[in-house]
Ligand binder design. Structure first.
Ligand SMILES: C[S@@+](CC[C@H](N)C(=O)[O-])C[C@H]1O[C@@H](n2cnc3c(N)ncnc32)[C@H](O)[C@@H]1O
Length: 270
């Protein structure tokens, strides 16, 4: 479940594309968050002929939407080599096998760079954010979106808190994730010299059959074997949580979906 030299690694974890169920889980993520990402793009002024890059594009629904929404744009979607398999059938996008940890793009290559549910999972996230900001042309936009699991730790339900803590620990240990990294996204963009920074945080609940609930449940089911193997939870815990989530009286805040965007300043000649 770990990468080279025992280092935690997304693509070799229980969330990698080789896992049975990962495509279906990514579809639940898209169902929950595509509507939110689309509204971010729609409120920015993006020129028709833009070069748009979607990093770690998963199953590609947002990249596909970008190609339809901006038909004169060039939309590039990336994922690491084993993971582009979910992207190859998406029409009108260019797919590149690109490992964001080790591979680069020339400075100022794109008008828009977007990454969703990616940087929180990569241990090199701070250095990567600095590099990807440099790939945006002056006047262009960097859009970073990620999930924070902070709200799940405020629950008063002891079982849900136990499950949430175990999930956060598993993500840290096997993937290298920081599931609170998104909480201060705007200041992270400001630190990279971006201007016109915008920010939106949307609550996602469980137990209410919402799209966020479906995504949370699909992720927890997929994490099940790894949670048991590491002794973070028992099968009784998982069964009890499934019953709690199905109980009509139970609902709670599980996550926030954080979007932040900023513009690379157009430097004036002195
Ligand atoms: C949680 S999924 C999010 C997918 C997509 N951005 C979305 O929101 O629908 C994370 C994605 O990042 C990709 N990924 C993980 N590590 C990567 C890396 N080092 N370089 C590029 N992509 C990576 C995975 O293959 C996966 O497609």
């Amino acid at each position: 479940m770990t990468g080279p030299a025992g280092k935690p690694c997304y693509t070799q974890s229980y969330l990698g594309s080789q896992c049975v169920g990962e495509l279906a889980r990514l579809r639940t993520l898209e169902y929950a968050f595509d509507p939110l990402s689309k509204t971010v793009f729609e409120q920015l002024e993006i020129p028709a002929r833009s070069d748009i890059l979607d990093l770690g594009a998963g199953a590609g629904s947002l990249a596909g939407w970008l190609a339809r929404q901006y038909p004169d744009a060039k939309v590039t979607a990336t994922a690491t080599d084993i993971d582009i398999r979910f992207l190859i059938d998406v029409p009108d996008i260019q797919v590149i096998s690109h490992n964001i940890v080790t591979d680069d793009f020339p400075a100022a290559s794109f008008d828009v760079v977007h990454a969703r549910a990616l940087l929180s999972h990569l241990t090199e996230r701070e250095a990567i954010l600095t590099r990807i900001a440099s790939w945006v042309r002056p006047g262009g936009w960097l859009i970073i979106e990620d999930v924070s699991l902070q709200p799940s730790l405020s629950t008063t339900n002891p079982l849900f808190r136990k499950i949430a803590l175990a999930g956060i620990t598993l993500l840290e240990q096997s993937v290298g994730s920081d599931m609170f990294w998104a909480d201060i996204l705007p200041s992270r963009l400001r630190d990279r010299g971006l201007s016109n920074i915008g920010h939106r945080t949307v609550e996602g609940r469980i137990g209410d059959n919402s799209p966020a609930d479906t995504f949370w449940a699909a992720t927890t089911v997929q994490a099940g074997p790894a949670l048991l193997k590491l002794g973070l939870l028992t099968q009784n815990d998982l069964d009890a949580m499934a019953s709690l989530r199905a109980a009509p009286e139970f609902t709670d805040t599980a996550l926030t979906f954080v979007s932040s965007w900023g513009q690379v300043p157009i430097r004036r000649k002195a």
